[in-house]
Design a protein around this ligand. Structure first.
Ligand code: SF4
Ligand code: SF4
Length: 259
């Protein structure tokens, strides 16, 4: 039986996809490991709508796969999820203590700044590279993100800051200050929409298995490379995560529950 006949007979897609429709047909079997069942189901629904729209607009497989692999799809669908959340904002939003110059959340104690996609890594590097050599956040606090302005404590890459920075929120700035020094105070965390962004990217990785690599990067390493005049390719090579990092990020976000 030829692969085409076999596909019709079993109803299951076989072999390498050659179109967006083929990719869409694979979606039912794709997983977002670590994200949990609910987030996985939401990611599948969002990706189904994304691929249906891509197919309706005549997008080529390479274009759609590229957007999925680089994480433009995850960022866009994460934004949609956040917009939906904001229609009925949770208390964490209505009572947020966040303000410009309040940057304890940009002190990345012992962490790598979080998981970001390739599109976000490129955007962040490009925004910061022209500022190379200028005083950076580490002049304020040794563990601060290099994208921070050490005087004003404003993000110098505000428009290019990745989803993880856009998703972090707190009702208690003092708790953020304590946590930045290793505390465990409640009050701060990631919006629930962040899990959707991660789950979409994890599912995109599974969907594109054998077709394209879906990397993630350590945010702090990208910012560091950019402000230290490292070229983009070298920064991305150094900041690229092991594959397991995305699964771990999904698991952590699912466990935290979201706000
Ligand atoms: S998350 Fe915390 S440290 Fe960051 S701006 Fe909000 S209150 Fe300030
Ligand atoms: S990119 Fe900007 S918002 Fe994000 S941690 Fe760095 S300074 Fe803070």
């Amino acid at each position: 039986m030829s692969p085409r006949t076999d596909r019709r007979a079993t109803g299951k897609p076989k072999g390498r996809p050659t179109s967006v429709a083929d990719l869409r047909a694979r979606l039912d079997r794709a997983r977002a490991t670590g994200a949990g069942k609910d987030a996985e189901a939401r990611a599948r629904r969002m990706l189904a709508a994304y691929l249906d729209t891509a197919a309706a607009h005549g997008m080529s497989l390479s274009q759609a796969a590229g957007e999925l692999a680089r994480g433009q799809a995850a960022v866009r669908l994460g934004d949609v999820s956040r917009d939906t959340l904001m229609q009925n904002p949770p208390r964490a939003v209505t009572e947020a203590a966040c303000a410009e110059g309040c940057a304890f959340c940009c002190i990345l104690q012992g962490g790598d700044g979080g998981t970001i996609t390739e599109a976000e890594a490129i955007r962040l590097h490009d925004a910061l590279a022209p500022l190379a050599g200028q005083p950076d956040g580490r002049g304020w606090h040794p563990a601060a993100c290099p994208a921070l302005d050490p005087e004003t404590r404003a993000c110098r890459a505000y428009d290019a800051r990745p989803t993880i920075c856009r998703s972090f929120i707190s009702t208690d700035a003092e708790a953020c200050r304590v946590n930045a020094e290793g505390g465990q105070e409640a009050g701060a965390g990631l919006l629930g929409s962040h899990l959707d962004y991660l789950a979409v990217h994890a599912m995109a990785r599974d969907l594109l298995k054998g077709l394209a690599r879906v990397p993630t990067y350590a945010m702090a390493r990208v910012a560091e490379g950019a402000v230290e005049s490292e070229d983009r390719t070298a920064t991305l090579d150094a900041a690229r995560h092991k594959p397991r990092a995305l699964e771990d990020a999904c698991r952590d976000a699912a466990k935290a529950g979201g706000r």
